[in-house]
Write a protein that binds this ligand. Structure first.
Ligand code: M6P
Ligand code: ZN
Length: 185
């Protein structure tokens, strides 16, 4: 009857352990997600937009498991649109997810299959239940790093294609200094 230390640690916004997988998204990796693509293309392509650390205890696609991730989204704007994650529906659409705010201030942008888009404020301690069939993306509306946690089923997968093709029906822009959802053209 051993008690083991798996040395898998989640403290503050740091996720550490042997099995942690790190991914980086530079401005060059997120071409096409902002309305003003020429503004994005004119910026430093090596600038980080966000980084993700994930614990994948089972293979992607496994029924019955969970994945856990910490996303660090840098402050910045492309034109008047805030830095944001690519955003996705789940490939297995009937899968939900939790997000929670750890550091900084942002907006979780949500869209249903009928194209209704809305937002939820993210801040340290905010908790967000993302129901199944709802696309989700996060924008950093502050001047500091935004860190948030996520936990989702290991068979959910990511459908980026629908967002790449159709986008969200609204974009989060700074209007008179205020984060505002503006219908996409
Ligand atoms: C969260 C989870 C991940 C996702 C990441 C970045 O950590 O939802 O599944 O990959 O955010 O978001 P995206 O994949 O939309 O760029
Ligand atoms: Zn998701």
């Amino acid at each position: 009857m051993k008690i083991i230390d798996k040395e898998l640690v989640f403290l503050d916004d740091q996720l550490e352990g042997e099995e942690i997988v790190h991914a980086e998204r530079k401005l060059s990796d997120i071409a096409g997600i902002f309305q003003d693509e020429s503004a994005r293309a004119s910026m430093d392509q090596d600038q980080f937009a966000y980084e993700v650390d994930c614990h994948f205890p089972v293979e992607e696609g496994t029924l019955g498991g969970l994945f856990f991730g910490i996303t660090k989204l840098y402050p910045g704007k492309v034109g008047d649109e805030y830095f944001m994650t690519k955003g996705h529906f789940h490939a297995e659409s009937e899968r939900a997810e939790y997000y929670w705010g750890i550091k900084g201030h942002g907006v979780l942008i949500l869209m249903d299959r009928d194209g209704n888009t809305w937002g939820e404020k993210m801040y340290p301690g905010s908790l967000h239940y993302i129901p199944s069939h709802i696309a989700h993306r996060v924008a950093n509306v502050g001047d500091e790093l935004l860190s948030f946690g996520a936990c989702w089923p290991s068979d959910a997968g990511h459908d980026y294609e629908t967002i790449a093709t159709d986008g969200f029906t609204a974009r989060l822009k700074e209007v008179d200094g205020v984060p505002t959802l503006i219908p996409s053209k």
